[in-house]
Design a protein around this ligand. Sequence first.
Ligand code: MN
Ligand code: MN
Length: 469
Amino acid sequence: MSAKELKEKLTWEFPEAHKNKNICNEAVMAFAEDYKDFLNKCKTEREFVTYAKKYLDDFGYKSILDITDKNNANLLPGEKYFFVNRNKSLVMCTIGKKSINEGLRISVSHVDSPRLDLKPCPVTEDTKIAYFKTHYYGGIRKYQWVTIPLALHGIVFKADGTSVDVNIGEDLTDPVFYITDLLPHLGQEQNERKLKDGIKGEELKAIGATIPFLDEDDSEEIKDAVKLNLLRLLNEKYGFTEKDFVTAELSLVPAQAARDVGLDRSLVGSYGQDDRVCAYGAFRAELETKNPEFTTLTVFADKEEIGSYGPTGMSSDFMLNFIKDLTVLMHGDLNTVLRNSNALSTDVNAAFDPIFPSVYDKQNSCFINKGCVLTKYTGARGKSGSNDASAELMSMVTRIFDANDVSWQVGALGAVDVGGGGTVALYIARFDINVVDLGVPILAMHAPFELAAKYDIYSLYQAVFAFYK
Ligand code: MN
Ligand code: MN
């Protein structure tokens, strides 16, 4: 055997994008159009749940809570069920042909993203400028969040217990909010700060208004009249008062819409692609799954960016409780169901960035335009905090992807000891469920405007669809 033949037989590299003629085919581009529309409508976890609810009816999903006679239930293959958890996380499923005891095929993604949350008492005034004080949510590089247009999203509960949805800054005719930075001329002292302190947490205050409220007779101005004016404008639009900020969840998010990036339109640029890129792929795969072999379970979780805590995050048992309900309804045995289930923790990974090569191990990085990325383990400092998927599960899922022509690659999150991160995988594994991370390579992850390749976005959807089929 010649060296060339031997090389062909024994060595392996993940296929290069430019050799794949389908890289920007019609299906890939059309999927990206739908995805961009989704991104623009779903900038918070609540907005995702609202968006998803519109599709549940059309695709025949029924609330699992509506089944009252649990012991005599007869769930048939192809039937679809859902459960909304506190308006912030969602579980969807499609009944499979096999007994539930054969296990579930699960995908879990998260629908929260890094952002700037308003503090409980956010409105303040300084030198005739009214500000919203914020506390950042998730891991952000604070200097990236100044001098960009910001939109205000969320919900406010008023004194009478009714609520109102807030959305200011997305319509092009809307005003936006803004956090200032110093001009370079006066930035010498700030330039000496470390990058991580370039902008400090308490400096993330967004301008809300600058004109004071004056009495009609133009008499003397009251204290904090600009703040009063800001509260008046909010009250006119939404009917709430300063006290109601305490009973609100309001967030500042980048106001830009999703855009194509590059003259070849190969990339999507947008806020919140971590992890709505996987959420969208999994959502579409779940909707379009008709008569699967195994019962599917598609979970959209909240709070991943701050450690999955709280009843809507994956450290809560809401997914387990759904599986318990489903097991009763399908007359199975819970321990058997869990033990036989296989899950994809669908979350993004860091694409190799040639501008900053030193933080990656190039040979074990994922690249844009090479398809979705399997991440065997995440974690940091000796895989600490990682789920570390088994060889058996890696073998099972890669065989499914290969059999269905899904483009996939493997990727580790950065070089050893450079940094690291985690996903919800460990919260799935603790239920005695096999799980591996699968995602989309992202450039500039957690930035206000992140990049993903359309080809990879589509590949992730194909991968979850193949896993469910
Ligand atoms: Mn993520
Ligand atoms: Mn993240």
